[in-house]
Design a protein around this ligand. Structure first.
Ligand SMILES: Cc1cc2nc3c(=O)[nH]c(=O)nc-3n(C[C@H](O)[C@H](O)[C@H](O)COP(=O)(O)OP(=O)(O)OC[C@H]3O[C@@H](n4cnc5c(N)ncnc54)[C@H](O)[C@@H]3O)c2cc1C
Ligand code: FES
Ligand code: FES
Length: 1378
């Protein structure tokens, strides 16, 4: 094995030289781990560890000795290894700017555009945007508008396409990005705190963007590299966990690399070549003995232009390749026929921009990608494209023998088995006529041909960060057969990949079949049938039929121009069709709504001064601090001395007896400290995880496991990674026979009568007489069914806690939770100690969405148990997969309904049977029927009856995800409306309007919660929305569009929402200090929902009542502090959308007490200070007079008015691509009644964020569980929350300035959950588009079709017809033959 020669790694971090002693920190540590565990910089966060979320993004720059230039770009620090950054400079968000040295313009604009909520994702966004700005600067010497960057608006938005945010809904983040683009129209930017609404936007008010402000690579760093060349690094180290000797080698040239490979091959040692290491995002836990860093080998970095093509070294990154292809295009001779310039390069470059995300492409090498495709059957885009483009690869054996292979040979043959190295890839030019390519099978000598090249990918996200379901690249040399005017393929390459195949393949039989033929619809149909026999996914591939059908669509698209009279799959402008005599003309074919930006929006709202500053759109408290990464989340708290780390050992079986847990071999590792099981629970304690309202759940399984993911024990080790490795190594012996098969569906539960009881006091009540209602009906639908899937919380900060033992059997626990009280009680019960021994502190939570209401509790209790046993601090941070597997999510539901209705659409009676999958423990599940029915009551059903079963299954417990039950109930109601409309052949909006509540019927269904006729704003919202969203006009446009477009259909729909909110008691304490500063404590936890901002405004308003103008003075003196279950007890649970308003009201009462106490002093000062006095003087005097300057209250809402209804409506328009099932949300308009919003900017953020989370629920987030009860969609690779490219292109939100609601807190209403329900408008709009598509299918007779939730691409495509292309071709052939 290679010898070590250095133990010091030198690089620059935020401008400072760092020397890392590699005997202490090994070079295969991820950069993220290094930053988080060994430095004070915590801005980079662990969101996924898979390259899929962007929370860990930092900026890297390095000096290139050849070009003598510094290159800088964003990277994912979770995948980059420490050894790879030798000689580089790293900048984290804190390094861009911070609270001491002033923030960067990006940070300030994030705050000003209200673009950060929980803030956990925010530093990552900042760094992705910074990377793009930097690269744009590096590229161009354009004269720019002062203060702007080179980026176009679209580029600026796309720069963040790989970053996930679960809170904001992306629109404001897009505004931040756009604000840097020179071409931006400032008028297009959304609500911000830089200029007032209706004011003319002024560039000078934007925080200055100084293009040279941040020094990316300090001089000493580049000088050093210049002197010493690329630093080499050979270092051997001992892995603490397994005691193995490992080596990190960074050779400086090919010769050395091959030498190393030869040596390791001889010793048969496991080796990994490292370039970007991004493969670790999917192939985790690869721990070779030797790491060979080949990222700087000059021979692997070559970019050479040859006569027949361009050769690119294997270590060139995908980003560099894109640049090279763009540049190469510019210098090559322009082609003469269809396409100017080199058509292949441009198309490949554009396709590659959709591979992964910017920060991955910046380090991901083409060689790494191809090796993954070859050796690991990775669903590569690159391999397919290169196969289609007839590229070749060059490899070199350890004996230094070079060989050139075609892509087929490379992918098929075992050519790299004996340690050979991929050297380069050569892509031929295809711009010229009669192109000849070495090693290609397209060597014919033709007359005069054009090259046609197209690539395709169908993936859940349009801009990337999602591997394809299927991809393809087709290349044809075509000749125009003049007499008949036909295009004929003289040669063809049809490459398909990622469809569930070992590697990309060519469809050779189809190529042969089509070559030299005049292609008619029937020939194409024949080719498609052949293709279907060719594209056969391996067994077990998900969505096989869908993938096959999309492949057919690709082929159809490609060959459309070959067939006369074929309607091509491109968007046709209906206006031009109607103007043209012959229908479709070539120039109409290119009409499409190519957007100038990904998203835009209008925000309409009014601000009120009555309770100033309450009602103002103030920026979020600490938003800049969040952006710079300086705020402290639980996992950012520095580890106390002796701190240990825990990782769950969880059940791999859905129902079994535990025979044995074998940890002995794991405990032998020097890094592993202990294993904690239920037997470690103190005698006086109880085995209790979360104790929710309806019953508890065990903390750690004893003899039986009841779901996959149920915690069995905790491995405790010296580091986070070692704890995880240890947990993975534990073996559990199960008996899966004795208890019989697990219950894995509501159908199973029904059969076995496995239900949780619903207490009488939580049971919803039926309304009216169902039988009578049915007797009034003209029609009915009997026992129809609809299903709704689950949804995972996907907070960016995973479940985490830190438990620190304190004196006298006390425990301090820092937890990211929404429910410190329950946690405090649960820890006390588990340890058998009094509640006052347990202090739970929660400063802020990196997103909760209900997932940290109860599901966070077991994690923190387990930490406390381990800390109690070991008498040392113990912390946990679940990795994303463990979090997904153990935490559960939203309740999946099956509903069967019977509904009676009149011919005009008026529904007279509805009965619904609900089957709710609760998982293995009750959590909040027995409350679900109440919530579901409450949301369903949004329509006047005449009579409503129901039955429900809360099914106990052997799946992880479901919990209170945002709008629990309401989201599903609202959807079921819409589904029934749609069904009735279909049966009657009526527009669904007409049926909705027939059944919308009048005030009287709303009272009949909801009782006093409707409050007053004036407060029942839904009818006016509905009418207003119809006008503002121009529903009638757009409906007509859509009809025209659908008539003109065969392969794209649009749909528009509109839905209302009712949401019953409930206020609960809340404590608050306000304390004024001697210098006039104010600390406020509330029971509610800051989750990103803006509670601190509203509380701060309320404190200012309430104390500001002392005299006019005081609030301006004290606003900056208010600090909201963390929740602490001892300091301010009985804080309650932060949920249900009303915590902010309840906490505000509690604060107002506490402030009123202080105002009352201060009033006499103020009167005294008024008299005694002729020159006036200020706040500080008042407080000084109050102290002198021994006034108690701290006030605490426990506010209890009036029981008559603690529940109230929220109203809103949304209209969404979508466009569905009938070949792939992809959906674009073209526009969403929302009107939402927040009452007199406490902070319109915060409420706007809640509305947009909730809506987009709802889009995920109804459209993209597929929660897949396999037949054994194991979650399949367990990470960012398989579970797709919306990204910036999935949100509405136009997103207009209006906050209704509704009349004063005197029973509400300063007339405000909730905003956190209800808007999520409105995302059902997207689902309904998709249905409309599908209806239009189905009209063109031969078999459809315009009846109802069932469309469950979520409506993912494959669901949509199958409803539009998996065989829609074949149907079309058949009809075309039939009409041609006639
Ligand atoms: C979040 C995410 C999303 C992605 N999405 C897509 C996508 O949509 N489409 C797509 O095509 N790809 C996608 N990728 C894959 C990505 O392109 C690859 O991970 C990347 O190109 C691998 O390059 P690397 O330099 O990081 O390889 P490394 O991880 O450094 O190495 C990968 C493997 O290749 C071997 N290797 C590297 N170089 C050589 C060489 N020259 N000779 C022999 N062996 C070598 C290594 O030993 C290792 O086994 C995605 C990746 C991530 C992380
Ligand atoms: S943590 Fe690195 S991309 Fe998610
Ligand atoms: S603000 Fe983006 S995840 Fe919370």
């Amino acid at each position: 094995m290679a010898k070590a020669n250095s133990n010091c790694l030198v690089f620059v971090l935020n401008g400072e030289r760092r020397e890392v002693d590699l005997s202490q920190i090994n070079p295969s540590t991820s950069l993220l781990s290094y930053l988080r565990c060994h430095t004070d910089y915590k801005g980079a966060k662990l969101g996924c560890g898979e390259g899929g979320c962007g929370a860990c993004v930092v900026f890297l720059s390095k000096y290139n000795a050849d070009s003598q230039k510094i290159y800088g770009f964003s990277i994912s620090s979770c995948l980059t290894l420490l050894g790879s950054i030798a000689g580089c400079s790293i900048i984290t968000s804190e390094g861009l700017g911070n609270c001491r040295d002033d923030y960067h313009a990006i940070h300030k604009r994030i705050a000003g555009f209200h673009a950060s909520q929980c803030g956990y994702c925010t530093p990552g966004w900042c760094m992705s945007l910074y990377g793009a700005l930097h690269q744009a600067e590096a590229k161009g010497a354009h004269e720019l508008r002062q203060g702007f960057s080179n980026l176009s608006v679209l580029e600026a938005e796309k720069s963040i396409a790989g970053n996930l945010c679960r809170c904001t809904g992306y629109r404001p983040i897009a505004d931040v990005c756009k604000s840097f683009a020179a071409e931006v129209d400032l008028e297009d930017l959304g609500l911000n705190s830089f200029w007032k609404k209706k004011e003319i936007p002024d560039l000078n008010k934007l925080p200055k963007y100084d293009r040279a402000a941040v020094q990316t690579n300090p001089k000493f760093c580049s000088q050093k590299c210049e002197e010493s060349g690329t630093p080499t690094l050979n270092f051997a180290y001992k892995d603490e966990f397994d005691g193995e000797q490992r080596v990190w080698i960074r050779p400086s040239n090919l010769e050395e690399t091959l030498g190393t490979l030869k040596e390791t091959a001889k010793e048969n040692v496991e080796l990994k070549l490292v370039v970007g290491n991004t493969s670790a995002g999917i192939y985790k836990n690869v721990r070779p003995k030797v790491f060979v860093d080949i990222s700087n080998i000059p021979e692997l970095q070559i970019i050479k232009r040859h006569e027949f093509g361009i050769e690119i070294g294997a270590a060139v990154t995908i980003s560099n390749l894109i640049e090279v292809l763009e540049d190469a295009n510019d210098v090559l001779d322009p082609g003469k026929l269809v396409y100017p310039r080199n058509l292949i390069f441009e198309i490949i470059g554009n396709h590659l921009k959709k591979v992964a995300s910017g920060f991955i492409r910046n380090t991901a090498s083409i060689g790494g990608n191809l090796i993954m495709a070859k050796k690991l059957s990775f669903d590569s885009d690159l391999a397919t494209i290169l196969l289609g483009a007839s590229a070749t690869v060059k490899i070199i054996s350890i004996e230094k023998i070079e060989s050139v292979l075609t892509m087929e040979e490379f992918l098929d043959k075992p050519c790299l088995d004996s340690g050979a190295l991929l050297l380069s890839v050569r892509i031929p030019y295809w711009n010229k006529v009669n192109n000849r390519v070495e090693d290609s099978d397209i060597n014919g000598s033709f007359e005069c041909y054009e090259n046609l090249f197209k690539t395709y990918r169908a993936a859940p996200r349009p801009l990337g960060n999602a591997v394809s379901y299927v991809n393809a690249a087709f290349l044809a040399q075509i000749s125009l057969n003049k007499p008949q005017g036909h295009l004929i393929a003289k040669s063809l390459r049809l490459a398909f990949g990622a469809f569930g195949v070992k590697h990309a393949i060519r469809a050779k039989s189809i190529e042969e079949f089509l070559i030299d033929k005049v292609i008619s619809s029937s020939i194409l149909l024949e080719a498609i049938e052949m293709l279907k026999a060719h594209i056969i996914p391996v067994e077990g591939t998900s969505k096989s039929a869908y993938r096959q059908s999309v492949a057919v669509g690709f082929l159809f698209d490609f060959f459309c121009p070959f067939v006369n009279n074929m309607v091509p799959p491109c968007i046709i402008d209906p206006r031009e069709v109607s103007n043209s005599q012959s229908g479709i003309t070539p120039n109409t074919m290119n009409w499409s709504c190519k957007p100038k930006s990904l998203t835009s929006g209008k925000q309409t709202m009014e601000f009120h001064l009555e309770y100033h500053p309450v009602g103002q759109p103030s920026s979020k408290v600490a938003a800049e601090l969040q952006a710079s990464g300086e705020v402290v989340y639980v996992d950012d708290i520095p580890s106390p001395k002796n701190c240990l780390y825990g990782a769950y050992v969880y059940s791999e079986k859905a129902l079994a007896l535990i025979k044995k847990v074998d940890v002995k071999h794991v405990l032998e590792s020097p890094s592993v400290v202990s294993y904690i099981s239920s037997s470690d629970i103190p005698k006086q304690g109880r085995n209790i995880g979360a104790e929710a309202l309806f019953g508890g759940e065990t903390l750690l399984a004893e003899d039986t496991v009841e779901c996959i993911g149920q915690p069995i024990g905790l491995m405790v080790a010296n580091t986070w990674h070692d704890a995880k490795r240890a947990a993975d190594k534990v073996t559990v012996d199960y008996d899966c026979e004795t208890l019989g098969p697990p219950i894995l569906s509501v159908e199973d539960a029904r059969e076995k009568e496995s239900f949780f009881p619903v207490p009488e006091w939580f049971a919803p009540k039926p309304i009216g007489d169902f039988a009578e209602g049915m007797s009034e009906a003209d029609h009915n639908i009997e026992s129809a069914e609809v299903k709704i899937g689950s949804q995972y919380f996907f907070y960016l900060e995973n479940q985490t806690a830190l438990a620190v033992p304190d004196e006298d059997e006390c425990m301090v626990v820092y937890s990211s939770c929404q429910n410190p009280c329950i946690l405090q009680t649960s820890i006390a019960k588990c340890l058998g100690i009094p509640i006052n021994n347990v202090r739970v502190i929660t400063r802020r939570v990196g997103g909760g969405f209900g997932g940290k209401a109860f599901r966070s509790v077991p994690v923190a209790v387990t930490c406390a148990l381990a800390a109690y046993k070991l008498k040392r601090p113990v912390r946990m941070y679940l990795d994303r997969t463990t979090d997904m597997i153990t935490t559960g999510g939203r309740h999946p539901i099956k509903a069967n309904y019977t509904v009676g209705f009149k011919s005009d659409g008026k529904i007279t009676a509805l009965h619904v049977d609900l089957f709710i999958d609760a998982g293995f423990s009750p959590d909040i599940s027995p409350a679900l029927p109440y919530n579901i029915i409450s949301a369903m009551k949004k329509y006047n059903w005449g009579a409503l009856s129901f039955d429900y079963k809360v099914c106990k299954t052997n799946l992880p417990s479901k919990s209170a995800m945002r709008g629990p039950g309401d989201a599903q109930g609202s959807f079921i109601a819409e589904n029934i409306i749609e069904h009735v409309a279909s049966i009657l052949g009526l527009d669904s909006i007409v049926v909705r309007e027939k059944n919308l509540h009048t005030f009287e019927s709303a009272v009949f269904f909801y009782g006093s919660y409707v409050e007053s006729p004036i407060g029942y704003t839904l009818p006016s919202i509905w009418e207003k929305l119809k006008q503002s969203a121009s529903m009638n006009e757009r409906m007509k446009n859509i009809r025209d569009f659908n008539a003109a477009n065969r392969w794209f259909k649009r749909g528009l729909s509109m839905v209302p929402c009712f949401f019953l909110a409930m206020l609960t008691p809340r404590p608050a304490r306000v304390t004024i200090f001697g210098d006039g500063s104010i600390a406020v404590e509330v029971g509610g936890v800051e989750l990103g929902q803006g509670i601190w901002t509203k509380v701060k405004q309320m404190t200012t308003y309430a104390l500001g009542q002392l005299w006019p103008g005081l609030s301006e003075d004290i606003m900056s003196k208010v600090r909201i502090v963390q929740t602490d279950s001892i300091s301010l007890a009985h804080g309650g649970i932060t949920s249900g959308s009303t915590t902010s308003e309840g906490s505000c009201e509690a604060v107002r009462h506490a402030c009123n007490i202080l105002v009352e106490r201060l009033h006499p002093i103020e009167t005294y000062l008024k008299k005694s200070s002729p020159n006036g006095f200020c706040w500080k003087d008042l407080i000084f005097q109050a102290q002198m007079q021994s006034v108690d300057l701290s006030a605490q209250i426990y506010w209890v809402p009036n029981s008559n008015s603690s529940k109230y209804l929220n109203f809103g409506a949304a209209a969404s328009e979508v466009e569905v691509d009938l070949l792939s099932g992809a959906t674009t949300i073209l526009q969403t308009d929302i009107i939402y009644d927040c009452g007199r919003s406490l902070n319109p900017a915060v409420d706007l953020g809640q509305i947009e964020g909730a809506f987009v989370q709802g889009v995920g629920f109804f459209m993209t987030e597929e929660y897949v569980v396999d037949k054994n009860g194991k979650l399949v969609s367990d990470g960012t690779w398989t579970y797709k929350i919306p990204t910036i490219d999935t949100i509405p292109r136009k997103f207009n939100v209006e906050l209704l300035n509704s009349p004063v609601h005197e029973k509400r807190i300063l007339s405000s209403k909730a905003s956190g959950e209800p808007p999520l329900l409105l995302a059902a408008s997207v689902h309904c709009a998709i249905r409309e588009a599908i209806k239009a598509a189905r009209k063109e299918l031969p078999t459809d007779n315009n009846t109802h079709f069932r469309m469950d939730s979520p409506a993912t691409m494959d669901v949509i495509k199958s409803l539009c017809g998996l065989n829609n292309v074949e149907c079309y071709l058949k009809s075309l052939s039939a009409s041609t033959n006639q």
